[in-house]
Design a protein around this ligand. Sequence first.
Ligand code: GLC
Length: 564
Amino acid sequence: MTSQHPATPTVAAADSGRRPGWWRDAVIYQVYPRSFADADGDGMGDLEGVRSRLPYLRDLGVDAVWLSPFYASPQADAGYDVSDYRVVDPMFGDLADAERLIGDAHGLGLRVIVDIVPNHASDQHSWFRQALREGLGSPLRERFHFRPGRGEAGELPPNDWESIFGGPAWTRTVSSDGTPGEWYLHLFAPEQPDLNWENAAVADEFRSVLRFWLDLGVDGFRIDVAHGLVKAAGLPDIGHHDQLRLLGNDVLPFFDQDGVHEIYRDWRRILDEYGTDPDTRRIAVAEAWTPSVQRTANYLRPDELHQAFNFQYLGTAWDAEALREVIDLTLDAMRPVGAPATWVLSNHDVVRHLTRLGSGEDAEQDLRRARAATLLMLALPGSAYLYQGEELGLPEVVDLPDEVRQDPAFSRAKGTNAEGQEGMRDGCRVPLPWSGAEAPFGFGPVPGGPSWLPQPAEWAKLSVEAQTGDRSSTLELYRAALTARREHPALGTGDSVEWLDDAPAGVLAFRRSSPDGVFACFANTGDLAVRLAAPGRLLLASEPVTVVEDEILLPADATVWWAL
Ligand code: GLC
């Protein structure tokens, strides 16, 4: 652990971080609708399945649910290719199901955040189909990025941009007479043409879509690819391959352009029309992959959005020094804009944190580390995001057969040098095990029934039913942590931590204070157990520990919480 650090924030600074606002300390649980619960037994999760399991989420102790897209979609990118933003895809249910879900969630005290996908639409969206149909010169083409190709016969893409899913970011159209035509831009799959945000009709349409879901009662939006909407003027070449490292330091002409902020100021005005009471405010969280937490903070200025995912934290190794650095950087970046820090370890796009942080050699150790990482995350000031199934200690499924995989990144990366599971996203999307000894383990209504991705047989012992009531289980650890987080006055909202610099190397130790109580957290990221003075009453531990004569032996890969 380095000893040179910015001055330790004082308790007074911590108090100034305690502003009102439900999102400031909310624990937000991501539901991936395809894989959460399947009420109609077709092997695909649905809204009715989510609704039926809301009491489980209430009992888990989360504050809000974020639902990945359930809109009309050909599912070229698992619903992130939307063909109609106001329609529920029949595979998930209908609008009445969505309304019932929102109503029931509110009845249970849970808020509902829905995904909005403004960077691109589906190639089956009526605008894009009309743009293709009408051909060159169609005004509908202005709503996307159509360009003539380069080369003598327009046979080369208009610029050198690459798609996130591999290959060029451009696809050539075919005119009605069968001859090759213009190219269109898609930063993701060819089935996801990028929208042109310079076009007034695009901006108007999304204002209307926001209002549509706000009127239906949602509490906020998760903005997909929030950093991608504005492209640099002239769509300039980049000049090299291997461009789309999501968390690189490069400034790319299609990501994090300053023009995006005007869009979010506009959206903020709409959200604010629905009320500004801190307890009922509608909010937005940005999925913004930017080169730094400071750049991310730009999305959170007082007239912009409320939260952004902290991908720098997600990308940090299980290492005390690196964690301390990213925690400091985050809190220092958020304080000036007055936005809460957020923390996240897993989502539907990354390898589950149990597998990502683990060594892969010892399953028990990997689980211990994942539990320790979670307790550390939940002790930090601000809001936290959980991804469905992490509360069960689910690992990434790394051995899915090729023929069941649906992630477009998988098929587009074939034949390239993409390695292992990185960037392959089906392994974190396997349906949840709820109960029983036979797949789909209560995901669907019938034992032996289908699930869109196969579940490992060992998941029987990881099901909700198998873990409930077992105090040593990961599920009960999450429940206890979320209860303690609600109850302890120094947990949750805040904008600083007080590092305890006398902790041994490899141990991250900090205190948080409030007028009504003081809290401390120790996380041992090292390889060896360490003996530490107990600073107070043991509140919770990720592993069994005992306090003997005011000392604790803190095992490797363990986190403990204290009430002081
Ligand atoms: C976001 C989503 C991801 C999707 C991509 C394109 O990164 O989280 O799942 O593939 O956007 O919409």
